[in-house]
Design a protein around this ligand. Structure first.
Ligand SMILES: *[C@@H]1O[C@H](CO)[C@@H](O)[C@H](O)[C@H]1NC(C)=O
Ligand SMILES: *[C@@H]1O[C@H](CO)[C@@H](O)[C@H](O)[C@H]1NC(C)=O
Ligand SMILES: *[C@@H]1O[C@H](CO)[C@@H](O)[C@H](O)[C@H]1NC(C)=O
Length: 297
């Protein structure tokens, strides 16, 4: 209830889709920050929003050493070679948040949702928003005969392409970071091809044939979510945002015809039944719920 209230206060102006995901900072609050031994400063529900006074708040300042010098990562704030244009498209890097203009406090962008218990950039490359794209590729579950499988409530079952993440072992959408200058819709398609198709055992000719077929299919994506992501990597000064596209193969004849096997591999790709109670990486379950709403109502 409190989380809902926080959300209502901070985000009453947000579009409806974003709203669902904004009851956030569940996954990026408390505990140990990923790939580190840095403990987040505790942030109770009512202290998430910045407007709520929290005098004792002393988050650790953490930026992973490996980020320094990486071409895809920003330099430190204060570095004389680094003059970012906040809330703007800065050369090829978009520093625009889907959540609206964010604040710059003492030179540092401020997380639009609130406190995370850690400051610095953590393991994220960019200060402020880090943009990703997530493709949700769906089909109806079918018998070998092609007939659609119906559940106990007499409804068809939606399936989506999921990958098993190597780092956490959770099922996830095959998304990824937007490259500088890349169109976000192109990222979604590229990530799907890289993560899902390339994992399949196929000859180069077969892959080419598929790429041809996919071209048209991937032109028809619909945006199902655009906004902040409750991601474990988020900090007070750097956070994930995404656009999720649904690519739906109603007849099951294009991408739907792909036989994806997980095999015995820890890291696999597969068609997973979309149930409302499914648990996925980061906010991917919230994205999936939007797709379910769209396809089943
Ligand atoms: C965080 O640490 C970095 C490098 O260690 C330093 O340059 C920066 O000033 C610190 N930021 C804050 C807000 O203390
Ligand atoms: C898919 O089904 C629709 C009707 O539901 C039909 O109009 C369309 O031609 C079919 N597409 C393919 C590729 O079979
Ligand atoms: C989700 O609910 C279905 C029944 O609707 C159940 O069969 C399934 O085990 C549940 N899955 C999880 C992950 O809880």
């Amino acid at each position: 209830m409190i989380k809902l209230k926080v959300c209502l206060l901070t985000c009453a102006f947000m579009i409806k889709l974003s709203f669902t995901m904004l009851s956030t900072h569940f996954k990026c609050r408390g505990g140990i920050y990923p790939r580190s031994n840095v403990e987040r400063f505790p942030v109770p529900d009512e202290k998430v929003i910045w407007n709520s006074e929290y005098k004792q708040y002393q988050p650790q300042n953490y930026t992973e050493a490996s980020l320094y010098g990486k071409p895809w990562a920003d330099p430190d704030i204060g570095n004389s070679n680094f003059c970012p244009k906040w809330n703007a498209v800065d050369g090829k890097v978009s520093r625009v948040s889907y959540m609206g203009p964010y604040q710059i406090i003492n030179g540092y962008p401020q997380n639009p949702i609130g406190r995370t218990g850690i400051c610095g950039r953590g393991i994220l490359g960019r200060w402020g928003p880090n943009h990703a794209a997530d493709p949700v590729v769906t089909r109806w579950k079918r018998f070998d005969s092609g007939k659609i499988v119906i559940d106990e409530h007499n409804r068809p079952i939606l399936q989506f392409v999921a990958i098993k993440r190597g780092d956490t072992g959770e099922w996830a959408l095959p998304g990824g970071m937007v490259d500088p200058g890349e169109k976000v819709s192109a990222t979604a398609v590229r990530e799907f091809q890289e993560e899902a198709i390339n994992s399949l055992v196929m000859s180069e000719e077969e892959k080419k044939a598929w790429a041809q077929k996919f071209h048209e299919f991937f032109n028809e994506g619909e945006i199902v979510y655009k906004g902040y992501v409750d991601d474990r990597r988020n900090t007070d000064n750097a956070w994930m945002e995404t656009i999720a596209y649904n690519f739906h193969d109603d007849n099951g004849t294009i991408v739907g015809a792909l036989k994806l096997h997980a095999g015995d591999d820890a890291v696999g790709v597969r068609w997973v039944d979309a149930t409302p109670n499914i648990s996925l990486y980061a906010s991917h379950d919230v994205i999936l719920k939007e797709v379910l709403k769209k396809r089943l109502t």
